[in-house]
Design a protein around this ligand. Structure first.
Ligand SMILES: CC(C)(COP(=O)(O)OP(=O)(O)OC[C@H]1O[C@@H](n2cnc3c(N)ncnc32)[C@H](O)[C@@H]1OP(=O)(O)O)[C@@H](O)C(=O)NCCC(=O)NCCS
Length: 176
């Protein structure tokens, strides 16, 4: 992290996307960028595509993308339609990058988009000297848990009745 980045980080004056521009490798088929408020409608469409009950509302997204200075979202876009995204929340006190949300549209899964989004999150953490990454994932969501385990995450604890429907979550962590 250079001196200018450190000053901006200390004063908490900028959102993560402004502190750390990532070098997104875009192609005509798929491009990546930080999300803005104007994307919230499309993010909700992706939620609706994947989940029966939408866990995140417009105000959740607004809080993470616009209001919270420590949060940002990276989106994957094809033909100007968002196909997936990863939400990042930077807890500077604990040197932790929390994955707040991570989804790829059903018909676009298993094509490597999730891996690319995850790799940008990892790159973001590394260039900012962040010590670990964390997330919560449904206890029954074996596929996503496998995805994270393969990428070095370990289960830390079970969070009972974590979700609104009463189901449990697993807290996972990766030390960088
Ligand atoms: C978890 C999730 C975001 C992963 O996104 P994705 O785009 O499917 O991820 P990838 O395609 O990069 O990787 C998924 C698997 O497909 C494989 N894959 C990647 N490219 C592939 C291709 N071209 N052909 C076939 N398989 C491929 C990957 O190797 C990976 O397997 P692995 O985890 O054993 O390595 C996605 O499955 C999802 O949205 N799930 C529902 C929401 C969810 O559970 N989110 C997590 C909540 S915490």
């Amino acid at each position: 992290m250079d001196l200018w980045q450190m000053i901006k980080t200390w004063f908490h004056a900028f959102k993560p996307s402004e502190i750390s521009p990532l070098s997104f490798k875009n192609s005509p088929e798929m491009s990546f960028r930080f999300a803005g408020e104007e994307d919230i409608k499309d993010l909700l469409s992706v939620e609706r595509d994947v989940y029966e009950d939408i866990p995140w509302t417009a105000s959740h997204f607004k809080s993470e993308i616009v209001t919270n200075r420590f949060s940002t979202f990276i989106v994957a876009e094809s033909s100007q339609i968002i196909k997936g995204y990863i939400g990042l929340r930077w807890d500077r006190k604990f040197s932790n990058l929390h994955i707040s949300n991570f989804i790829v549209m059903k018909s676009w899964q298993h094509k490597g988009i999730g891996t690319q989004l995850f790799d940008y999150a990892l790159e973001f953490a590394k260039i900012n000297g962040i010590g670990k990454m964390s997330l919560e994932v449904g206890r029954d969501n074996q596929e996503a848990q496998g995805f994270y385990r393969k990428r070095g995450f370990e289960s830390i604890q079970i969070l009972e009745s974590y979700y609104a429907d009463g189901s449990d979550a697993v807290e996972m962590e990766k030390v960088l």
